[in-house]
Design a protein around this ligand. Structure first.
Ligand code: AMP
Ligand code: MG
Length: 356
């Protein structure tokens, strides 16, 4: 990395946590004001969004951002997305915004789309992981929106999980991972989409590249852009020495403690493949409505891609809670929103896919 973290934030990153009280806030205005005040004061707070829960900090305060990296155990070169109340605020934190970004914003903001744009000096290097670009998103969740407005801060908010573990889709998940490490968690119910935002870079005035798939799909982006490239690293492991278009691509992600094995095929061939592998600690994760014909314990994660996106992380966490050690997952379709689900699972599975 050509960029060096200032000593002050470096020491905050590696500081041993003194355990702090983490309060649970509800989503009425009085409680949201408390959350906003914590953020203004440089503390960090778990916040609901329409994708997954985020760990929010004032993106322009390097010490607050250092606390986010420390609480998650996140590698310092993995940048944070900055959340704004309205896309028109992006001019305060970025520069040379391409025309296409405005067109995309008109169609998809507020919503689960993150655009990587050239940053300006208001975004400290620690927030962008040392890059000269920053991911900008305008969330649609009313609670997140209110907290941004009440705090008056641009809010850096990565997913509120311990780095590497499945993202949180409820306040309880955030408490599990972050209790004692952060000031508060705001309970805004279950996340609607269930997977993180679609991250894109803008390559020309007609072409974008998907760096992380989400609920804004390639097909939806094609309604605004002439060309939408799906980065190779979304479905394939980076080769040794290969540079990642997005730093998050380098890291193991979304993994529960259990071993995840992805199996492609219809439910009949899936059952046939797993049949002789059934054991006390073995579970299956299959579709709702699948005709399951083998004596193995199982959970389901929805019958179509949107439901699977909504439930995936919750089910991966549940499998750990019930003591699963090995989980055979019936692979989702990789089309539309399914690409986001497939991308999370193939990473959780360490890129191993079995064709039954
Ligand atoms: P999370 O904060 O957990 O939702 O992850 C955000 C992901 O967005 C990171 O892991 C990066 O891969 C990606 N990202 C954020 N900012 C940038 C950026 N400036 N350039 C490329 N990718 C980015
Ligand atoms: Mg994350």
């Amino acid at each position: 990395m050509h960029w060096q973290l200032p000593i002050r934030q470096l020491s905050l990153l590696h500081k041993k946590h003194s355990v702090m009280e983490t309060i649970l806030l509800s989503d009425n205005d009085a409680e949201l004001l408390k959350a906003a005040q914590f953020i203004k004061d440089g503390e960090i707070v778990g916040i609901p969004t329409e994708t997954v829960y985020g760990l929010g900090a004032d993106a322009s305060n390097p010490d607050a951002v250092a606390k986010v990296f420390a609480a998650k155990g996140r590698p310092a070169d993995n940048p944070l997305i900055v959340h704004l109340a309205d896309f028109s605020d992006a001019v305060h934190y970025t520069q040379n915004i391409p025309e296409l970004a405005y067109k995309l914003a008109e169609k998809f903001c507020p919503g689960p789309l993150t655009m990587v744009l050239p940053k300006n000096e208001k975004i400290p290097m620690i927030t962008s992981g040392g890059l000269d670009t920053v991911g900008i998103r305008v969330p649609s969740h009313p609670v997140m929106h209110k907290i941004i407005e009440m705090s008056g801060c641009p809010i850096a908010a990565p997913s509120a999980n311990t780095s590497g573990y499945p993202s949180p889709t409820s306040a309880m998940h955030v408490m599990r991972d972050m209790k004692g490490k952060i000031a508060a968690v705001v309970d805004g119910g279950q996340s609607e989409f269930g997977v993180e935002s679609t991250v894109i870079s803008i390559e020309s005035n007609d072409r974008v590249r998907i760096l992380r798939p989400g609920c804004i799909t390639r097909e939806m982006l094609l309604e605004v852009c002439g060309e939408v490239i799906i980065d190779h690293a979304i479905l394939h492991e980076l080769e040794a020495g290969q540079k990642a278009a997005s730093p998050g691509m380098k890291y193991k992600h979304y993994s529960p403690k259990a071993d995840i094995i992805m199996v492609e095929g219809d439910i009949k061939s899936f059952c046939k493949y797993v049949e002789d592998k059934v054991d006390e600690k073995v579970y299956c994760l299959i579709y709702d409505g699948d005709e399951f014909t083998i004596p193995c314990k199982y959970l389901t994660y929805g019958k179509n891609s949107s439901e699977q996106a909504h439930w995936l992380f919750q089910k991966l966490r549940e499998l750990d809670d019930i003591g699963a050690e090995k989980v055979y997952v019936r692979a989702p379709s990789a089309d539309g929103v399914g690409l986001a689900v497939y991308n999370r699972l193939i990473r959780a599975a360490g890129f191993e896919v079995i064709r039954a």
